[in-house]
Ligand binder design. Structure first.
Ligand SMILES: Cc1cc2nc3c(=O)[nH]c(=O)nc-3n(C[C@H](O)[C@H](O)[C@H](O)COP(=O)(O)OP(=O)(O)OC[C@H]3O[C@@H](n4cnc5c(N)ncnc54)[C@H](O)[C@@H]3O)c2cc1C
Length: 470
């Protein structure tokens, strides 16, 4: 049986969050790793037209970074977000994410986080990055990868190839083909566009930086997260085509300066007032597509394994894609450590354990779109949310809101989904026919909650990443 030490060259394809973190983990265990990445080195090249693109980092990602010893370095580039600032009618209102001080999420610049991961991996002296190498062909049984580098084509041998090459993964395609496997791509009929709210004339933030801003509009929405440079990256999520949503608009219809201006002035006037060059940005910036990818198997014998978006691309509405990708890297090395004498067995065990979790977060991420764009202003949702927080306060050992279990715990996603389903039934029962939490029968609530299994306290690490601009 082969092991990581005997299999031959260890190759990672893709130097995004999953690939660079995996390379770092392996290097820290003494392995030599070759990483191939199609793009130029982001530490010396600027992408995205110089725009700042940010992400929400939560407990699962932080724990994975902690395991690599770089949590504190990343903390230095994050901005704490304590809740959702909902911009509906009237004054914006803050819905806190949790009850505890550490129950917050963190805005982080995608490029800066990736740069920390690349540096940390490179500093081990055991990881070699090959930028501007685009994988073109994978021969799993022959142990060979074909890359293009500029005009040139080169072949490289591997012992184990680890595919962290994102949603359009070629390592996935080869792994599925070698096993007669299955891949399904479920495109979302909504797309997205990133826009920037620049800092004010005084150089300061134009909105509260310590919140995730949401302009929910039922069938679509706009969100904004702060950057340390005092600007905000906003993202409009909108149907791609007319007719998908009952009201509002679609990217296809926003095809002229007049239509763009009319749409924003009607739907997001407070946002439009903050972005003087809105039309120019809208026309210049690309429109992105979103989809959910599920596949099996994730590994082929002792030859290949996939992780991150390559194995489980999800829609971004729970802010978990990168967190899940980094958690998968940690989970994979845990299996490699545990089953160190049987590489093929370790890879298969990783897939078997992690796939149900990936499927669960994919579903919860799709659900959360409805919650964010419509639920946050729906009275019945708000009543249940208030009751959920009350139950969590009264029964902290048995009840935790779903959002908190996803964002502030490391409970496996499939278990979160199962617990959340049981809790949703309790909320439905307790709120039936009432309109205020004051009317809830808390004795009955206590009896229902007592039937839930105790929460695993160890899965709620108090994540001390404390980026705060204020
Ligand atoms: C609009 C939007 C908002 C998001 N917000 C959040 C958020 O708030 N929080 C969160 O956790 N997640 C978020 N995500 C999801 C997150 O971006 C992804 O889940 C995460 O980047 C996945 O990491 P990865 O390393 O698996 O893949 P990627 O980041 O896609 O990295 C893959 C790497 O492989 C390289 N590559 C691809 N093909 C090849 C090839 N043929 N040869 C060589 N190299 C190749 C790519 O250049 C890339 O560097 C968001 C996604 C979107 C679209």
């Amino acid at each position: 049986m082969s092991t990581l030490r005997t299999v031959g060259p260890l190759v990672v394809v893709g130097a995004g969050p999953a690939g660079s973190l995996l390379a770092l983990y392996l290097a820290k265990r003494g392995h030599q790793v070759e990483v191939y990445e199609s793009r130029p080195d982001l530490r010396t090249h600027s992408f995205d037209g110089g725009r700042s693109i940010n992400l929400a980092l939560a407990t699962r990602g932080i724990v994975a970074l902690r395991e690599a010893g770089i949590e504190n370095e990343v903390a230095g580039i994050t901005i704490r977000m304590i809740g959702r600032m909902v911009h509906s009618d009237g004054k914006p209102s803050l819905q806190r994410y949790g009850l505890q001080d550490h129950e917050v999420i963190h805005s982080v610049n995608r490029r800066d986080l990736n740069a920390i991961l690349l540096d940390a991996a490179e500093n081990t002296g055991r990881v070699r990055f090959h930028f501007e190498h685009r994988l073109r062909e994978v021969d799993l049984d022959g142990g060979s990868l074909r890359f293009t580098v500029g005009e040139e084509t080169i072949d490289r041998q591997f012992g184990l190839v680890m595919g962290a090459d994102g949603a359009n993964s070629l390592v996935r395609a080869a792994t599925i083909a070698a096993n007669d496997g299955v891949v399904s791509e479920q495109p979302l009929d909504h797309g997205y566009k990133e826009l920037t709210i620049a800092a004010g004339d005084d150089g300061e933030f134009r909105l509260d930086p310590n919140a995730l801003h949401i302009w929910p509009r039922g069938d679509f929405m706009l969100i904004a997260l702060a950057n340390p440079q005092k600007d905000f990256t906003a993202t409009l999520f909108l149907p791609n085509e007319p007719g998908i949503a009952a009201a509002g608009g679609s990217f296809a219809e926003l095809d002229s300066p007049v239509s763009i201006e009319t749409f924003f002035n009607r739907e997001f006037p407070t946002f439009a007032a903050l972005v003087p060059n809105l039309v120019e940005q809208f026309i210049t910036n690309p429109t992105g597509t979103l989809s959910t990818i599920r596949c099996r198997p994730w590994s082929h014998a002792d030859r290949s394994v996939i992780l991150g978006d390559a194995a489980h691309a999800i829609v971004p509405f729970h802010g978990q894609g990168m967190n899940a990708a980094m958690e998968s890297a940690a989970e994979l090395v845990r299996h490699l450590d545990k089953e160190s004498q049987d590489l093929a067995g370790a890879l298969a065990a990783f897939s078997a354990q992690r796939k149900p979790d990936a499927d669960a977060i994919a579903d919860m991420a799709l659900d959360n779109y409805v919650e964010m764009r419509a639920g946050v202003v729906d009275p019945s949702y708000l009543l249940k949310r208030e009751l959920a927080l009350e139950l969590q306060q009264r029964h902290p050992n048995r009840y935790a809101a779903r959002y908190g279990m996803v964002m502030f715990s490391t409970i496996p996603y499939a278990e979160v989904a199962a617990r959340a389903a049981a809790q949703a039934q309790i909320l439905n029962t307790l709120t039936d026919g009432i309109s205020s939490v004051d009317e809830v029968d808390f004795e009955r609530a206590a009896s229902l909650v007592s039937q839930l299994a105790p929460l695993p306290a160890a899965e709620f690490p108090a994540a001390p990443t404390a980026g705060d601009v204020s």
